[in-house]
Write a protein that binds this ligand. Structure first.
Ligand SMILES: [Ca+2]
Ligand SMILES: [Ca+2]
Ligand SMILES: [Ca+2]
Ligand SMILES: [Ca+2]
Length: 344
């Protein structure tokens, strides 16, 4: 097995591939399309043909016989190169990209994984090493729901003045198919029938994730029983508290260099989210009080949230409740970061 890309066909075959869309041959699947870029990705093995470019073993076979893709150059010592996927269509909400990366050499450079869609271009992941390592490392990157065309780009930058290598191997996608349409009835208790006649679990309703693939699990008529807030036009019934030292601020990727580059609702830099602002204190503590549910919680009550906790020592997100206004908070769940540069 060489670089594992064949699964692309089977994983995406149920998606809405437009009639007449050219499905590239296997050889054409991954192209170095950027002629103007100085560095190129090449297929190689066993430390590659040039010095100072590739690892000794690939990831697939863990032997010198197997191939990988690596960043190479015959001009210059500083530069970058881009390896772009074929155009894919309509990934499902649970779509993940898996790949293995090898970055050796102290401060040799970095690898960015970018997602290009019809409506945005954003970085999914940056892999960097400040130390040298001879290991292949696994990465799983959420792609999520994309309507229309998408491309994945591996963009690496490196210095050839540093002994090392940047290489990738064994790329695959999982969970990228939309749920299949069916004429069979959906399970009445546990499932929901999408407008496009697929069945999805009830628990995926009204969670700001287009699990059906046609938004029917998220449309207003479906979600009348749910209290929701996407922070696109305000705080809804959430209120900052003053028992702490900082507030939650409504912001977006357009305004905020420190927070996520895009929100979860719209997956666009113009979309709004709440984040914790700066304070003069070393420990920022911001408490946001949610809506009041009169008469307590019913047994089926649950709360779902998309969060982003990324960076060096980003802190903790805790969830609690209280039974009277201004009363004692009862905390029942903590998320300790970091979790990576994505919503989860
Ligand atoms: Ca391989
Ligand atoms: Ca959903
Ligand atoms: Ca506050
Ligand atoms: Ca939002």
């Amino acid at each position: 097995m060489e670089i594992s890309i064949t699964s692309y066909h089977s994983l995406f075959k149920h998606l809405y591939i437009k009639q007449g869309t050219h499905v590239p041959s296997r050889k054409m699947l991954w192209l170095d399309q950027w002629e103007e870029i100085r560095f190129t990705w090449a297929r190689g093995r066993q430390q590659s043909p040039e010095d100072n470019t590739g690892p000794f073993i690939d990831h697939t076979s863990l032997s010198p016989l197997g191939y990988y893709m690596y960043l190479t150059s015959d001009v210059g010592t500083q530069g970058w190169g881009s390896l772009t996927s074929p155009t894919l269509h309509n990934s499902a909400a649970g779509c993940d990209l898996h790949f293995w990366v090898h970055i050796s050499g102290t401060d040799v450079g970095y690898l960015d994984v970018l997602l290009d869609t019809d409506y945005s271009s954003r970085r999914l992941l940056r892999v960097e090493r400040s130390f040298t390592s001879a290991e292949w490392d696994r990465n799983i990157v959420p792609i999520g729901r994309v309507t229309g065309a998408l491309k994945i780009e591996f963009r690496a930058a490196r210095s050839f003045a540093v002994e090392g290598a940047i290489a990738i191997d064994d790329i695959l996608f999982s969970g990228c198919n939309l749920p299949l349409n069916t004429s069979e009835p959906c399970d009445e208790v546990y499932e929901f029938r999408c407008d496009r006649n697929a069945c999805i679990p009830q628990k995926q309703l009204c969670d700001f994730s287009d699990d059906c693939g046609d938004f029917s699990d998220e449309k207003n008529e479906t979600c009348t029983e749910y209290e929701q807030c996407d922070f696109e036009s305000g705080f809804c019934s959430f209120v900052n508290q003053d028992t702490d030292n900082v507030d939650w601020i409504r912001s977006s990727g357009l305004e905020n260099d420190d927070g996520p580059g895009f929100d979860h609702t719209l997956l666009r830099s113009a979309g709004s989210y709440l984040y914790i602002g700066d304070s003069p204190y070393s420990l920022n503590n911001a408490v946001l009080a949610g809506p009041i549910f009169e008469g307590g919680f019913s047994s089926g009550c649950s709360m779902r949230i998309w969060f982003y906790i990324h960076g060096d020592n980003p802190g903790t997100l805790s969830f609690g409740y209280r039974t009277e206004q201004g009363g004692q908070e009862n905390y029942f769940y903590d998320f300790w970061g970091p979790f990576g540069d994505h919503w989860m």
